[in-house]
Design a protein around this ligand. Structure first.
Ligand SMILES: Nc1ncnc2c1ncn2[C@@H]1O[C@H](COP(=O)(O)OP(=O)(O)OP(=O)(O)O)[C@@H](O)[C@H]1O
Ligand SMILES: [Mg+2]
Length: 728
């Protein structure tokens, strides 16, 4: 046995450098691992988990590792699984939000909500806020809903109750209104048995503070706590960490101040800078070797981040050695940018897996053109963010049915459900039902029943038939599979029939989406089943609400393979062989909202983007960009100048050589002599293919090309936009 452990120990440690080994061998007490990008911080966490469990016999369920995005958590789980196999399953590896959700699920009674509480995303938040605006008669010309929501989200990130918020900002304009709004908003959420995202953390910390015996349970449960990306924790996350580790002080935090990019969500870079103050006895480990990127990529990152003043100086050295120079390319507009990228992907796609290639952008809106061009060229892609599948109207509608069946106290869902599709139940009726529910503390199914019995409505036919449906769904839930339940609800609610009445393209796509949604539920259920879990409606809803939170929305819920598209904010912690960093223009990156007061954070965003790249890095900017229906001429980002890239742009600007600058048509037709059997060609619309046959019919040259997906197509040679692909 001893020998076996020695063997394991050797195996874990030999993959690490001496500084990393020191960090992995650290047993108890606080430790800060403070290091640059790609230096193996996350690797230290995963190896430490493995080491604790397999060599030191620490129980897997006493380990808690927290990271920032769902994707990063998934990756961490996978890496631990690779190291120790099934032992990994009992380790808690989560994002802060899903950790908070777990705490609330386990203690919902204390918060006086039903176990099936709902989680509101930004759309539901807004619709609730709208009502409060009306009720409080807030003047929308003075204050906007999104502004107010942003303020109370930040208040909770800073762990301020309405009263504390009032005190802290008493000098601010509109503070009275803000205060009233904040108070009422929280009250309404609770009466709907709902939380929003900021609430999850705020309420779980509050619960732990007020219930020492519960806190103790968690302190005893998680004896070894590790936090990745610590530089981006906000105050309430910091408090949660401190509470859980207060007794045993077994806390390891890992981070890089140069990668702090969430200050707009209340992240406090000082949490990491002050760790030594919180834990004077903390061991500090610095890692300086970078195992991810080539020298050229790191030099670029180092050159840029020098311009930030608020940072601890550190330098990264590549262990990989030299590679290819990063490529900067100028584009005419966003279509040109996307087409150039696609062309480049075609050139390199045999060297890399598609999922090892990523396209990053600053704002979600930029993804649309990339998607369009990728789709046209039949290149599979996965998108994180942007087309929020779950935020489409028809999907939100179905979700409101599910939410309501799950939690019949949820008025927001009730209202949405009643209105979609319209079923002849008007505002007055709704107001009556609401009154009955609130006055008697009833859920809305019971309130409906009571109102009908008390003959509150003149004509209750519509309401009665609707009630019948609700009751039958209520009985079905948790008795039949989730997929069947969703199917039944979709069929009986009449939403498809409603769209079928007018089969215009928009409605057709809605119907498609609804079907796709049913499929996604079935897939999700299957996936859980293969992990031996059956999932309840309430768990499903809570899980997907986190999956679809604003920071990370996966359009394809199933793990499809393809080019990875994401915002820079979502790219944190990840790595890819090839990275396209796009839209380096003033106003985009740096973003116009941050140019004046947060330029350093924009610079960190670019730094994060660059340091994701392992082998190849492409940076692009456009000369003009369509935004909000207007053509804007843009200047290259100041960051390009800081990186000294503009000077060498000409030399690097080789993509233009391939592609004529003509707008719209990407390729010219090809001269006859360049058409040869069995050679590779690129078709503007269908992508890459091989020329299989040349025929002459009625004097016209007809060519047959077999495409990437196996499909064969025939074309008139002199009318087809083709380009020969030469390997280089
Ligand atoms: N000692 C090592 N030997 C070989 N490869 C290593 C070593 N340390 C780290 N790596 C590899 O280097 C890459 C970067 O590591 P990791 O993701 O842990 O870095 P990180 O510091 O967490 O980066 P980030 O700041 O971007 O989160 C990974 O592919 C990892 O497997
Ligand atoms: Mg990391």
């Amino acid at each position: 046995m001893k020998n076996f452990k020695e063997l394991l120990k050797k195996e874990f440690l030999e993959r690490l450098n001496p500084a990393q080994q020191e960090a992995v061998l650290h047993y108890t007490g606080p430790m800060l691992i403070y290091a640059g990008a790609g230096s193996g911080k996350t690797r230290v966490i995963t190896h430490r988990i493995a080491y604790l469990i397999r060599v030191l016999d620490v129980a897997p369920n006493s380990i808690l590792a927290v990271t920032f995005t769902n994707k990063a958590a998934e990756e961490m789980k996978e890496r631990v699984h690779q190291l120790i196999g099934p032992y990994a399953e009992k380790v808690t590896i989560k994002t802060f939000h899903s950790l908070a959700l777990q705490l609330l699920r386990e203690n919902y009674r204390l918060l006086k909500v039903s176990s099936n509480f709902s989680i509101y995303d930004s759309t539901s938040q807004k619709s609730l806020a709208k009502k409060i605006f009306k009720a409080l008669r807030i003047d929308t010309s003075e204050l906007s809903i999104s502004d107010l929501l942003q303020k109370i989200n930040l208040a909770r990130d800073d762990f301020l109750s309405p009263e504390e918020f009032y005190q802290k900002y008493s000098h601010q304009k509109h503070i009275e209104v803000l205060y009233q709004f904040y108070q009422k908003y929280i009250k309404e959420l609770r009466s709907n048995h709902a939380f929003d995202f900021a609430d999850l953390l705020y309420e779980s910390v509050k619960m732990l503070l007020h219930n020492p015996e519960i806190l103790e349970v968690y302190q005893n449960r998680w004896k070894f706590v590790m936090i990745d990306e610590y530089q981006d924790t906000n105050y309430v996350q910091y408090l949660l960490t401190m509470l859980i580790t207060k007794n045993h002080r077994n806390i390891v935090v890992v981070g890089d101040d140069d990668q702090s990019i969430y200050s707009w969500r209340g992240a406090r870079i000082e949490n990491i800078l002050n760790f030594k103050k919180d834990f004077p006895e903390a061991k500090i480990v610095k890692l300086e070797e970078n195992y991810r990127s080539t020298n050229q990529i790191l030099n670029l990152a180092n050159r840029l981040i020098r311009f930030n003043t608020y940072r601890n100086d550190k330098k990264l050295y590549s262990m990989i050695g030299n590679g290819e120079d990063p490529i900067l390319f100028k584009c005419i507009d966003e279509y040109d940018e996307a087409k150039k990228i696609v062309y480049e992907i075609y050139k390199i796609k045999n060297q890399y897996n598609l999922e090892d290639i990523a396209i990053f952008y600053r704002t979600n809106a930029q993804s649309r053109i990339f998607e369009q061009i990728l789709r046209e060229n039949k290149i599979p892609y996965v998108i994180y963010g942007s087309i929020r599948f779950f935020e489409r109207k028809e999907i939100k509608d179905i979700l409101s049915y599910l939410q309501f069946i799950n939690n019949p106290y949820d008025y927001e869902s009730f209202e949405r459900m009643v209105e979609n599709p319209p079923r002849g139940i008007g505002e007055k009726t709704l107001a009556t039902i609401r009154e009955v529910a609130l006055n008697n503390n009833l859920d809305y199914i019971t309130a409906l029943e009571v109102s009908i019995k008390q003959k509150k409505f003149r004509n209750s036919k519509n309401i009665e038939s609707f009630l019948k449906l609700l009751k039958s769904w209520d009985q079905l839930k948790n008795r039949i599979s989730l997929g069947d339940l969703v199917h039944t609800i979709v069929e009986e609610s009449g939403m498809i029939q409603y769209y079928e009445k007018d089969l215009n393209p928009e409605n057709l796509s809605r119907i498609e989406n609804i079907k796709e949604f049913i499929q996604s539920v079935i897939d999700y259920e299957q996936q859980q089943k293969s992990n031996n879990k059956t999932i309840t409606l309430s768990e499903y809803l809570q899980d997907i609400s986190l999956l679809t939170s604003s920071e990370e929305i996966s359009d394809q819920i199933s793990n499809q393979k393809g080019i990875q598209l994401m915002t820079l904010h979502n790219a944190k912690g990840l790595e890819f062989s090839v990275v396209f960093l796009t839209g380096l223009e003033e106003g985009i990156l740096p973003h116009q909202f941050s140019i004046e007061d947060n330029i350093e954070e924009e610079r960190r965003l670019v730094y994060v983007g660059i340091t994701r790249a392992k082998r190849r890095l492409y940076i692009s900017y456009v000369e003009r960009r369509n935004r909000f229906g207007q053509v804007n001429y843009s200047y290259p980002s100041r960051f390009l100048e800081e990186m000294d890239l503009l000077k060498i742009e000409k030399k690097l600007n080789n993509l233009n050589d391939f592609i004529p600058k003509k707008h719209g048509l990407l390729f010219n037709t090809i001269p006859d002599e360049e058409l040869n059997i069995n050679e590779r060609y690129f078709h503007e619309k269908f992508g890459e293919g091989i020329l299989k046959e040349i025929q002459y019919v009625a004097g016209k040259k007809i060519i047959t090309i077999e495409f990437f997906n196996g499909e064969k197509k025939r074309f008139l040679a002199n009318r087809t936009p083709l380009r020969k692909i030469t390997s280089q």
